[in-house]
Design a protein around this ligand. Structure first.
Ligand code: ZN
Length: 221
């Protein structure tokens, strides 16, 4: 996945004080990606997250995963079972999301989140369950609406635990002009090798359920 690096020179602490990330914390911006970008670069903010996901699926990064961002430092009536005495920023990775609480996550946001969360989880050996992928409200009870009802947790957790849908292009010996994109055992026709290459940018990638739906309906890619 493509990540736009926008590392902030302020609002983070180098290192993690010997801890490693054990969970990923999701937030809602109550604003835009660019507004949040400006805020996290303002020394007065004393706020940051590692990543931000835009409504269009763009992913921006403000803090390196090996450093401590300032998203989850305040603790109030926590309901997260794995919280301990240290500052939670030391052992979490946080992701902001564009928009306002209650606004439904766009499909592009779900797609970006799935790819990003899976990547992070793989790097740090974080299980993909609701004890390890949590909402800010589970640490800071005074913000019950972060990330709020716009995120369908059931859907997110189900998508996170689906097997990766990698496209593999197969050419038939019997009909060499037809290519097939194989998504985990389900094959779909694509028109040309060029269209395949353009679509997959030279390598198999994870695609949306909508795209697979389009392919099933016979839409060419
Ligand atoms: Zn938050």
């Amino acid at each position: 996945m493509q990540i736009r690096k926008r590392i902030t020179p302020v609002n983070f602490t180098k290192g993690r004080g010997g801890r490693k990330p054990i969970a990923i914390v999701l937030h809602i911006m109550e604003g835009s990606l660019s507004g949040t970008d400006q805020w996290f670069k303002n020394p007065k903010a004393q706020a940051s997250t590692h990543y931000g996901v835009g409504k269009n699926g763009e992913v921006w990064q403000w803090v390196e995963e090996t450093d401590m961002a300032y998203g989850n430092g305040r603790v109030s009536t926590p309901t997260w079972g794995l919280i301990d005495k240290d500052n939670p920023n030391l052992y979490t990775i946080s992701i902001e999301h564009e928009g306002f609480t209650g606004q439904p996550w766009t499909e592009a946001m779900y797609e970006a989140d799935i790819a990003l969360i899976k990547d992070i989880a793989k790097r740090w050996d974080i299980p993909l369950d609701h004890d390890h992928v949590i909402g800010h409200y589970q640490i800071f009870g005074k913000k019950p609406n972060c990330p709020g009802t716009g995120l369908d947790w059931k859907k997110l957790m189900a998508l996170l635990n689906e097997p990766d849908l990698k496209g593999v292009c197969v050419k038939s010996v019997e009909s060499p002009d037809i290519f097939w994109v194989d998504f985990g055992g389900v094959s779909h026709k694509v028109k040309t090798w060029e269209s395949f290459q353009e679509f997959f940018k030279g390598e198999p990638k994870i695609v949306s359920r909508e795209t697979i739906g389009d392919l099933i309906k016979g839409k060419e890619i």
